[in-house]
Design a protein around this ligand. Structure first.
Ligand SMILES: C[S@@+](CC[C@H](N)C(=O)[O-])C[C@H]1O[C@@H](n2cnc3c(N)ncnc32)[C@H](O)[C@@H]1O
Length: 217
């Protein structure tokens, strides 16, 4: 798999990265592991995953996936992802990079994967436009994200906590309308399942989730 040279913006969240790695063991057992199976079921071919974190998706890719380019800007998480990649059943290449400027050629991939990441990128519309660029026509975007609550009171809670939350959670915003952003980027959402997932009481602002499939026309 060839990679185009792009110098990435420096993103470093050393405390969040370590906390996320520890907490992810709990959230996987509470249900995230099953969500990742649902997210990735049926994928095949060449895949680009943005912001893989510590690589929790890698063990869930089906064997029909021939390669994954995993673009992670945060140094500690990138090291953890490289470790997970070395244990994956399919070839995974972890590289430094930024979802806003993906190090890949146009229409290079059969699918893009965004899981729990469009909440954290600084410019979701840019990241989605980059995913649209690198996925081939007819290819898919698989997404698993916490999203803006449909209930007004819950959405107001999200707006309120968002004054502080991004500062302690690696830039994560609780109340983004990510499905609308996916559609605005030009993808056509073919399937979405909305549900609540709240592994701890503190996770209420990020409880509304969606798993879905969108297609690049
Ligand atoms: C909450 S973690 C999710 C990690 C992983 N995707 C998962 O499903 O567990 C958010 C991830 O987004 C990454 N991220 C933040 N800004 C990014 C950017 N501009 N480009 C790519 N990834 C980014 C973080 O480094 C981190 O790995």
């Amino acid at each position: 798999m060839t990679i185009d040279a792009v110098s990435p913006r420096r993103i470093s969240h050393p405390v969040f990265a370590r906390c996320y790695t520890l907490l992810s063991a709990v959230t996987e057992a509470a249900g995230a592991s099953a969500h990742r199976d649902e997210l990735l079921a049926g994928l095949r071919g060449e895949v680009i995953e943005v912001g893989p974190g510590n690589g929790r998706n890698f063990a869930h890719y089906p064997p029909e996936v021939t390669g994954v380019l995993a673009v992670e800007p945060e140094p500690y998480l990138r090291r953890m992802a490289a470790r997970a990649a070395s244990e994956a059943q399919i070839p995974v290449r972890v590289v430094e990079g930024d979802a806003d400027r993906l190090p890949a050629a146009d229409q290079r991939f059969d699918a893009g994967v965004a899981s729990l990441v469009l909440c954290s990128v600084p410019h979701p519309e840019r990241s989605l436009s980059e995913l649209f660029r690198v996925v081939r026509p007819g290819g898919q975007l698989r997404f698993y994200e916490h999203v803006r609550a449909e209930d007004g009171r819950h959405a107001r809670l999200q707006d309120w906590v968002d004054h502080l939350w991004p500062r302690v959670a690696g830039g994560c915003h609780t109340g983004r309308d990510t499905v609308a952003a996916i559609e605005a980027a030009g993808f056509v959402v073919e399937r979405e399942r909305r549900f609540f997932f709240q592994p701890s009481v503190l996770a209420k602002p990020v409880a509304p989730h969606v798993i879905g499939i969108a297609r690049r026309p």
